[in-house]
Design a protein around this ligand. Structure first.
Ligand code: HPA
Length: 234
């Protein structure tokens, strides 16, 4: 047990999928894992451990935003020895060619700030995905025929953004989408020499203002979960 995770030692697999929403962790575990068991519910942050094609996997909610994700990922790495961490989440599309339901594989994650800012000081560290996971996720997405984009994303600290000029610069520099967690996941993975990737489904679009109705989310979110699981065990 840790301060924020009630699981016993050995209850968490080396491979952990991290949706922001704890109920999405439950949904993904029920639909994609065999023998899934609840292993954490401290603060309602549900986590389940089961198997995928015989491989042990934990699906653990991360909460919204980098400070929340940082707490869980630190404890998963330090206390439960997680070695492969894959964020599965939604993002806002930023380029015209990125459509609703498309999947984005985040090669890099730009940010204004992260919880690691204090240790990096003046350094502009470039958080990036693990290459072996990224390559395997591209292959999995191609074999599923999912409309997929690979490139840079923006990890924002705010959902309700008051700086449209920043989004303009992100769009101008080819950033594919915006979410709120990946940059710190990549920072922590680099610091602890483990593998990380963010697999994201486009749930809304900043340019067009479109958003996926909740009843249409499941199928595209399912593609994202399968791509993450296939990549983890490629
Ligand atoms: N902004 C930030 N995070 C998000 C968004 C968004 O538009 N959509 C899904 N996650």
């Amino acid at each position: 047990m840790t301060i924020h995770i009630g699981a016993n030692a050995g209850d968490i697999a080396e491979t952990v999928l991290l949706p922001g929403d704890p109920y999405r962790a439950k949904w993904a575990a029920e639909n994609f894992l065999e023998d899934a068991k609840l292993v954490n519910e401290v603060r309602g942050m549900l986590a389940f451990t089961g198997t995928y094609n015989g491989n042990p996997v934990t699906i653990h909610g991360s909460g919204m935003g980098m400070p929340s994700l940082s707490i869980y990922v630190n404890e998963l790495i330090r206390d439960y020895e997680a070695k492969t961490l894959i964020r599965i989440g939604s993002c806002g599309g930023m380029q015209d060619h990125v459509g609703l339901r498309d999947v984005i594989l985040a090669m890099t994650a730009s940010s204004l700030s992260t919880p690691s800012r204090g240790i990096f000081k003046e350094l502009n560290f470039a958080p990036c995905a693990d290459w072996s996971l990224l390559r395997a996720a591209v292959a999995a997405a191609e074999s599923k025929g999912t409309n997929t984009h690979v490139g840079g994303i923006y990890s924002s600290d705010v959902f309700y953004d008051e700086r449209p000029d920043l989004n303009e610069q992100m769009v101008r520099h080819g950033i594919l989408g915006v979410e709120m967690e990946a940059a710190e996941l990549y920072n922590l993975a680099a610091r602890h020499s483990i593998r990380a990737l963010a697999v994201l489904t486009v749930s809304d679009h900043l340019g067009t203002g479109e958003a996926l109705p909740s009843d249409q989310r499941e199928k595209s979110f399912g593609d994202m979960v399968e791509i993450a699981l296939e990549a983890a065990f490629a």
